[in-house]
Design a protein around this ligand. Structure first.
Ligand SMILES: NC(=O)c1ccc[n+]([C@@H]2O[C@H](COP(=O)([O-])OP(=O)(O)OC[C@H]3O[C@@H](n4cnc5c(N)ncnc54)[C@H](OP(=O)(O)O)[C@@H]3O)[C@@H](O)[C@H]2O)c1
Length: 237
């Protein structure tokens, strides 16, 4: 039985990943959202660092003391205009850093220590963004910086703990048709944005879920440290 903790499991990419992972035999998945809408989800608002640490303990409790795979997928995409007043801008910066980067770091740290202690390794899958490499809109410095931080952190974990059997991967989606992307597409003129995507459409959450499932189970160990793009060739590195 493979035990998985998946954050941001209530909607979008996370909900698609929850469905894909739960459909596999011999898998137990605990999901997280800010509000626990059903028994499959644990509640934790990542704006509160203590809630993140509590989530790890609760997940371990639910999963009989063993997590084999951690998927850090939860994230926010909140505008932080540069003409906001100074305190509001600093607060906006800090909130996105806490939710999108620090919370993932906290959970990754718990997972690495857990995997070291049990001496069986584990797999870490972090959902970053194309913005990590390409940058984002003028109101999203913080989002791009947090996602770039996540890429660097995941590579560091991959290099630091490969000998312990700990494998770490990053996924960088471009626009993905979730609530978040709907808002974004609408705010950027809808279909005009699609002109930048050679594939002619944004990604579907199920496509990202397929990558999460692959990295959680099948990706060969030698792939550790890899960053995988899924963006319809809108940003080819
Ligand atoms: N969609 C895109 O175009 C796109 C592109 C690149 C990267 N990504 C990344 O992919 C991941 C998933 O994105 P998505 O579009 O599927 O997101 P989404 O549909 O907006 O769902 C976000 C998920 O994160 C949870 N969440 C939101 N705020 C949180 C907080 N303060 N603390 C803890 N959890 C919180 C939500 O829980 P609730 O339902 O309880 O709010 C939900 O489960 C994110 O890391 C995002 O940055 C998305």
């Amino acid at each position: 039985m493979t035990h998985i903790l998946l954050t941001g499991a209530s909607r979008g990419i996370g909900a698609a990943a929850l469905a894909a992972l739960s459909a596999l035999p011999d898998v137990a998945v605990v999901g997280q959202a800010t509000v626990a809408r059903d028994d499959a989800l644990l509640a934790a608002d990542f704006a509160d660092p203590d809630a993140v640490d509590r989530l790890w303990a609760q997940a371990l409790d639910r999963l009989d003391g063993r997590v084999d795979v951690l998927v850090n997928n939860a994230g926010v995409f909140e505008a932080n205009p540069i003409d906001a007043d100074d305190e509001a801008w600093r607060d906006g910066w800090a909130r996105t850093m806490q939710v999108n980067l620090t919370a993932a770091a906290q959970l990754s740290r718990h997972a690495v220590r857990h995997w070291q202690q049990r001496e069986q390794g584990g797999r870490l899958v972090n959902v970053a963004s194309r913005a990590a490499y390409r940058g984002d809109s003028p109101a999203h410095w913080h989002y791009a910086a947090a996602k770039a931080g996540m890429v660097a952190m995941t590579k560091t974990i991959a290099r630091g703990y490969a000998r312990d059997g700990i494998l770490a991967f990053t996924i960088c989606p471009g626009f993905t048709m979730t609530g978040m992307a709907d808002d974004y597409l609408a705010s950027r003129g809808g279909d005009k944005l699609l002109a930048d995507i050679p594939l002619g459409r944004v990604a579907q959450p199920e496509e990202v879920a397929t990558m999460i499932r692959f990295l959680a189970f099948d990706a060969p160990a030698s792939m550790t440290g890899a960053v995988l793009d899924i963006n319809g060739a809108s940003y080819v590195r």
